[in-house]
Each structure stands twice: as structure tokens, then as C-alpha cells.
Design a protein around this ligand. Structure first.
Ligand code: URA
Length: 238
């Protein structure tokens, strides 16, 4: 007999390391949704470019100097018309080598997070704040973020997702132009860019690898995110 959706979800929660005795209904209820003001202006020098032109521009980019140490730029991957967009920090060593975001250990956990909400990698769009790996995986510098920002702004404008999930502090702070702690940003709906695209914040999968006890919070965030997308779908249907 084939596995039903409930059994499948349990299996993926198990794969994420979330104890199965957690009552699912409790996990699904998150704090009331608050809406914050748009904070990124969404404009950049790359407006007007289509996906392929933009990708070519990123591949040849020398704006910030990281091209001197990268193997290749890591543009983004997935469905370019996805309802869900996930934004991480910057490529690591594995991503720099393979040219695709989230393909290392953190990426495998991201895949498990996606499966937990019945999504596959190919059904979402995944990108990073920075397209090139900072040496020794150091945090992105503000000037590097500023150079790279128009690329992400254009990716968001082209994909026009129903929701952006910011993975971790660096993604959240740079998307939302805030210094508020991750804990303070979770459980709310923020807005990005001129289209006011909803943004939900959660922990970075690399952090979860170090702090597996936080996986339950990520499950709550993903349930929250799923409700935001369902609401957007509902609004679009009426
Ligand atoms: N961490 C990120 O933030 N992005 C990647 O692509 C890989 C690891």
C-alpha cells in the first residue's frame, strides 16, 4: 500500500530530527501574524533583465572583488515561477564548487525541511544574499551585500513568489534592513520590495546542524509559512 500524506510527513519530521510525540496541532499554531512595513526598496541597476541575461551577468560579475577567490558564482536554482522562495546567506565551499545553492550538509537539511511541508527542491526557488563565496565562509561585508543586492532584487521581481523564507540572521537582516534578533523576527509576516512580498524568518539549516534542539521552532515557522502561502492562494482565487 502506498504511504499517505500523514505518514509521509511523520517520516520527514523524523528525518529532520523532530520528536514524533509532539502533538502536531500544537506545532501548527504560531503567534498572531503581525505585518511590518516594506523595508527594501527593491530597485537596482539590473531591472529590465530577464532570467538568462541576469544569470549571465551574475556569472561574469566583478562588482565586489569576491570573483578573485570564487570558483564560480552561484546564481540560484529551482522553479523560476515558484510560490516559495528561500533565501540563504552565501555559497559555502560545496556550493562554490558545484555552482548550486545549498548542496552541502546544510542543503540536505534544507531538503528535509522542504519535504516536511511536502515540497521538493524543484518546486521552490533557492537563492542567496551573496552569489559568491566569501573566503573562509566569513560573514558577508556590507559593501559585498550592496553590490549583490540588485541581483536578488531582480530575482525576486522576476519570480514574484507568494512568500520569501529568510534562512538565518544574515538573510533576514539584509532582506529586511533590520538588526532585530532572529527570535524577534520569527512568527511575523514582514514585507520585501515594491511588491510587498511576504517574508517569514526562520533559522538557518547550518545553525540547526549545530543546535538540533531548535528544529521544532523551524517546524513551527514552516507551518506559519505554509499558512501565509495558503492565504495568498486564497486571496488570488477570490
Ligand atoms: N549556506 C547558505 O546560506 N547558502 C548556501 O548556498 C549554502 C550554505
Amino acid at each position: 500500500m502506498s504511504e499517505g500524506p500523514a505518514a509521509r510527513r511523520l517520516r520527514y519530521l523524523q528525518a529532520m530530527g523532530i520528536p514524533l510525540w509532539v502533538p502536531r496541532e500544537r506545532g501548527a499554531s504560531t503567534p498572531a501574524t503581525a505585518v511590518s512595513e516594506p523595508s527594501a526598496d527593491g530597485s537596482g541597476g539590473d531591472e529590465g533583465l530577464g532570467w538568462d541575461e541576469l544569470q549571465a551577468q551574475v556569472a561574469a560579475c566583478t562588482r565586489c572583488g569576491l570573483e578573485r577567490t570564487r570558483t564560480q558564482a552561484v546564481f540560484g536554482v529551482g522553479d523560476r515561477r515558484a510560490r516559495w522562495m528561500f533565501v540563504g546567506e552565501a555559497p559555502g565551499a560545496d556550493e562554490d564548487r558545484r555552482g548550486e545553492p545549498f548542496v552541502g550538509r546544510a542543503g540536505r537539511l534544507l531538503d528535509a525541511m522542504l519535504r516536511a511541508i511536502d515540497l521538493e527542491r524543484g518546486q521552490v526557488y533557492i537563492a542567496n544574499i551573496l552569489k559568491c563565496r566569501p573566503p573562509h565562509n566569513r560573514d558577508p561585508l556590507p559593501e559585498e551585500v550592496a553590490c549583490c543586492e540588485p541581483y536578488l532584487q531582480r530575482q525576486v521581481a522576476l519570480a514574484a513568489p507568494a512568500l520569501i523564507v529568510a534562512l538565518g540572521r544574515i538573510a533576514a537582516h539584509n532582506l529586511l534592513k533590520t538588526q532585530t534578533s532572529l527570535g524577534g523576527l520569527r512568527g511575523r509576516v514582514h514585507r520585501y520590495g515594491p511588491q510587498g512580498i511576504p517574508v517569514v524568518v526562520t533559522y538557518h539549516p547550518a545553525y540547526l546542524l549545530r543546535s538540533p534542539g531548535e528544529k521544532r521552532k523551524v517546524w513551527e515557522d514552516l507551518c506559519h509559512a505554509r499558512r501565509v502561502v495558503a492565504q495568498a492562494d486564497d486571496d488570488a482565487a477570490h
